[in-house]
Design a protein around this ligand. Structure first.
Ligand code: GLN
Ligand code: ZN
Length: 754
């Protein structure tokens, strides 16, 4: 029974890769130094896997930026705009990922890897692109691992997933290039087969609704690859869900080992045991690659037993559900977590040991001590008083449909709100945050580290709020915000004040390139100890006669951007957060705040990949938002914000959120998304962003007027708000001042024509 993982985090336990990359980009470290750091991380990762007792070490999971981009490089799929400089260098690679402002070359697009928070660089297929085996990094790393005494299992994104995720230029059918791509994959496999007895091709696409092109051609593609891989075994990695209706097809593929995700889709085991040919190997993805909890060995061993009834032991492999790319590196350095909670967790390093231990026990080796430890720890977690708050359980159960409805329909609410707020047509506002200067970060850090007392800190924040308000008054905005200077992160800020959350010190996970996030950990029932934002917002309101918009993060976003406990359904956890936010919304209202924005930046990304699972998610997600926001009187205006623009699939759900006003990103796509809103006849107020805040460029008054006019073609003037695409946290003051002025002037100019 072989044990393996599908991939290991590449950032290093102390984010060494991030710092090396950023130093290289700043030109304070050489390419050689960067490559040395990278090699050191790979060596450490392999050593950890070997030490844990795994039969293989994963190779090819490392990348200097992104493994999908690496595949594009291997295939020679380098778009023409990066080829003009001739030779392909490391800088060309980074230009593809990040663009090159000096040379005026745009980066390739980046988007989310399935339903994770990892972002990959979208392959581009150009009309005259030819594909050649163009980089032997995978081969090199494989031989490096061999030479260093490891048993390498090279891994790569499979051709079907690669092409499914690619974007073709207009007039190109990307599936036309499948054959040439498979040819290059074949060459690569042939080379690798000299050095590795097992090669992993990741095809998570099989856990999605498959395009016909894959349905029709998968068998042929894999027959070809099987051929080229000679005596190496091919392992097909499927994960992020169940194979469902694609099982029959998958079972026909001529690969040697099928890996399935039994964390996301434990129910598929029976069907897979039935359909996957008996003489072939099956890899059971039992250890959660996307969460931080210790596995429950007893339960997993039962699953293995079940598989053993249908298969010989040596035909079964034990693995992680997916790559550990989505988990933090190691628990070892964590010394601030409460010991009881730390004992419930397993990061990547610990998960490697779990994989091995399960395989050992399943084969009858004596692992009494490890098993006993696991049983004790799981039992402790199950019975711990830390995780359960009867009052929260009660309240969550009792929350009913009535609590998820505003008193009156939007049209009537709008009238009372207008009486109250007396806003001009096309009201102007911002999304919440204002530039976070070095001084703000410095004082926040000092306060966090106990180097500055609360009074000094509060005074500094109030000063900042005061000045942000003056700026907004000078710009002439209608609805003001306090600027969020006290927040480091829109989820962490609330997590830190809510019961049921804890925080690791080094639990970083790669989001893209050198960018990492450290998600809060939800371990217990969630409640609020007291008001979280009321003092800041009421202070802000006291500084102006204009309406102040209170600013909160919504339940779905808090859920999606955290590591969530796995002993309660996600929707229950979401509901608990919703109730806590509801209390905050009501406290703000009581304190005289008439406009409250509840951001749901992550609502879209929580959407399941499978169409047949989306409705259920949207149901409970929207219900949670409504639970959080419906406790106020009709006079109180509820805003929400989402910073992306692919709304088509979820527009009906967005409307059901019944926010009085929604602000969305739109300027980057030149208001394209509004068509969807028009066709759907979106009923409530909308603020499509008119300023792309992702770059320091200041839009002119004329440009903004153009966008507003475009918006007015599809949105009635009574429903339209004017705002930027997103928060201004990462912007500087110079461009912010200018752009806000232009935005207000543009709104004014158009108002005069209405
Ligand atoms: N209110 C937040 C801000 O302005 C919203 C951020 C976001 O949508 N990602 O920063
Ligand atoms: Zn946003």
């Amino acid at each position: 029974m072989k044990s393996h993982i599908l991939g290991f985090p590449r950032i290093g336990s102390q984010r060494e890769l991030k710092f090396a990359l950023e130093a290289y980009w700043r030109k304070t470290c050489t390419e050689t130094e960067l490559q040395q750091q990278a090699a050191a991380i790979r060596l450490r990762n392999w050593t950890l896997q070997k030490k844990a007792g795994l039969d293989y070490v994963s190779v090819g999971d490392f990348s200097l930026y992104d493994h999908v981009l690496d595949m594009s490089v291997v295939l020679g799929a380098v778009p023409a705009r990066f080829r003009s400089s001739g030779k392909f260098t490391l800088n060309t690679y980074f230009d593809m990922a990040r663009g090159n402002a000096e040379a005026g070359i745009a980066a390739m697009e980046m988007t989310k890897w399935f339903d994770t928070n990892y972002h990959y660089i979208v392959p581009e297929i150009e009309p005259d692109m030819t594909f050649h085996y163009s980089s032997d990094i995978l081969l090199q790393e494989t031989t490096d691992a061999l030479q260093a005494g490891f048993n390498p299992k090279p891994t790569m994104v499979g051709p079907l997933t690669y092409l499914a995720l690619a974007k073709a230029q207009k007039g190109v059918n990307k599936w036309d290039v499948l054959e040439s791509i498979v040819e290059v994959y074949g060459e690569l496999l042939e080379e690798l087969s000299e050095h590795a007895d097992c090669i992993q091709l990741d095809e998570p696409i099989f856990c999605t609704d498959l395009p016909d092109e894959i349905r029709d051609r998968a068998e042929q593609v894999y027959a070809q690859l099987r051929d080229r891989a000679k005596h190496s075994r091919l392992l097909l990695g499927t994960y992020f869900g169940g194979l469902k209706e694609n099982l029959e097809l998958t079972a026909r593929l001529p690969v040697d080992i099928l890996h399935i995700d039994l964390v996301r889709a434990p129910e598929q085991l029976d069907a897979v045991l039935e359909k996957w040919p008996r003489h072939k190997m099956l890899s059971l993805g039992l250890i959660d690659g996307r969460n931080i909890w210790k596995s429950d060995f007893s339960t997993l061993l039962k699953t293995v037993e079940k598989a053993k009834q249908k298969r010989e032991t040596d035909q079964l492999w034990i693995g992680t559900s997916c790559s550990l790319l989505h988990a933090p590196v190691s628990l070892e350095a964590e010394n601030a977590l409460p010991p009881e909670l730390k004992d419930w967790m397993a990061f990547a390093v610990e998960k490697c040991t779990e994989v091995k231990t399960i395989a050992q026990i399943a084969q009858g080796f004596h692992e009494e001590q490890r098993l006993a430890e696991n049983v004790a720890s799981i039992k402790n977690r199950r019975t711990s008083l830390l995780a359960v708050d009867p009052a929260v359980r009660n309240r969550t159960e009792q929350a009913d449909a009535g609590m998820c409805r505003r008193n009156r329909p939007f049209a009537e609410r709008k009238k009372c709100q207008q009486q109250q707020l007396n806003l001009p047509p096309l009201p102007t506002t911002t999304i919440g945050s204002f530039p976070q200067t070095r001084e703000i970060r410095k004082i926040r850090k000092a306060f966090r580290e106990g180097l500055c007392d609360e009074k000094t800190y509060t005074r500094a924040m109030q000063q900042e709020i005061h000045s942000v308000i003056q700026e907004q008054e000078q710009a002439g905005l209608d609805v003001l915000v306090h600027g969020e200077p006290e927040r480091n992160d829109m989820v962490e800020y609330f997590g830190q004040q809510l019961n049921g959350f804890c925080f690791s010190q080094y639990g970083w996970v790669q989001s893209y390139g050198s960018r990492c996030v450290k998600p809060p950990i939800i371990y217990g029932d969630i409640s609020r100890s007291g008001p979280m934002t009321v003092d800041w917002i009421t202070y802000a309101q006291s500084q102006t006669d204009k309406p102040m918009k209170g600013m909160l993060t919504g339940p779905v976003t808090i859920l999606c951007w955290s590591f969530v406990r796995d002993d309660l359904p996600r929707k229950t956890v979401c509901r608990q957060i919703a109730l806590a936010i509801r209390d905050e919304v009501q406290d703000l209202e009581k304190a005289g705040i008439g406009i409250i924005q509840i951001d749901e930046a992550a609502l879209r990304e929580g959407l399941p990949i499978r169409k047949d699972e989306q409705a259920d998610y949207l149901n409970w997600a929207i219900e949670s938002f409504r639970l959080a926001t419906s406790g106020v009187s009709d006079k109180t205006q509820i805003h929400t914000h989402m910073c992306y623009s692919e709304f088509n699939a979820i527009l009906h759900a967005i409307a059901e959120m019944d926010a009085d006003v929604i602000s969305i990103e739109a300027s980057r796509s030149d208001m394209e998304l509004l068509q969807a809103f028009e066709q759907f006849d979106y009923p409530n107020d909308i603020g499509p962003g008119v300023w792309d805040i992702h770059s320091p460029r200041v839009p002119t008054v004329a440009e903004i007027c153009g966008l507003i006019q475009k918006a007015l073609k599809v949105i009635p003037k009574e429903q339209l708000w004017i705002n930027p695409d997103c928060g201004l946290k990462t912007r500087g003051w110079t461009e912010t001042r200018q752009a806000l002025k232009n935005m207000v002037n543009a709104a004014q100019a158009i108002r005069n024509t209405l």
